[in-house]
Write a protein that binds this ligand. Structure first.
Ligand code: PRP
Ligand code: URA
Length: 208
């Protein structure tokens, strides 16, 4: 499967506002919400369709319908910031949640919460998280979602480091990865450079 870097002018403009450390919680959230809508359009481009017969006011025709239902899966917490925007574009989407946190002793990401709609195995699953840094959280989340039966999976991230992309491509070659912006590198604390800082803290105002 493929990795796509969007490099979309509107997204880059809005992302620059988010990256600015002077940007406060309200504007940060608003821009993430707007970017999520643009990303939803791009992420769903390749979804499979089937033919259905309908009748327009003029004549019968063969129309198109999505083959599978769509399930959004935000990785908690910061992934929640992308959900409303995606739901605006895909209002019928169901939402599953997965919480990943790093164990301070093992340094491995561990799942601390999970709740999914029943049809995970039949759905197009779009996992969302603004940040793909080392790739550890997303990689573990994908593994756990697959264990629960998900088969058709896309991972959508706002900002990625090369290390995170490599991790997903190596461990989940069957997952389509869509990234809005590819940054330079990780710093010694595992933050994306130049990045936008701690996405969850900036989104929920826990960075004071
Ligand atoms: C952030 C982000 C990703 C993870 C990326 O979450 O939302 O889930 O870090 O880092 P990684 O690629 O190195 O795993 P964080 O762990 O800060 O939790 P939060 O969303 O609750 O703030
Ligand atoms: N998590 C974040 O929120 N930001 C980073 O830069 C890396 C991990």
């Amino acid at each position: 499967m493929a990795t796509t870097i969007l490099n979309h002018p509107l997204i880059e403009h809005k992302l620059t506002i988010m990256r600015n450390k002077e940007t406060g919680t309200k504007e940060f959230r608003q821009n993430l919400d707007e970017i999520a809508m643009l990303m939803a359009y791009e992420v769903t481009k390749g979804l499979p369709l089937k033919n259905i017969e309908i009748v327009t006011p003029i004549c019968p025709m063969t129309g198109k319908q999505l083959v599978r239902p769509i399930i959004l899966v935000p990785i908690l917490r910061a992934g929640l910031g992308l959900v409303e925007g995606f739901k605006t574009i895909i209002p019928t989407a169901k939402v599953g949640h997965i919480g990943m946190a790093r164990n301070e002793e093992t340094l491995e990401p561990e799942e601390y919460y999970a709740k999914f709609p029943a049809c995970l195995d039949e759905a197009d699953v779009i996992v969302v998280d603004p940040m793909l840094a080392t790739g550890g959280s997303a990689c573990a989340a994908l593994q756990n979602i697959k264990k629960r039966g998900a088969k058709y999976i896309k991972l959508a991230c706002l900002v990625a480091a090369p290390e995170g992309i490599e991790m997903i491509e190596k461990n989940h070659p069957d997952v389509d990865l869509i990234v809005a912006a590819l940054d330079e590198k990780l710093n010694e604390k595992g933050y994306i450079v130049p990045g936008l800082g701690d996405a969850g803290d900036r989104l929920f105002g826990t960075d004071d």
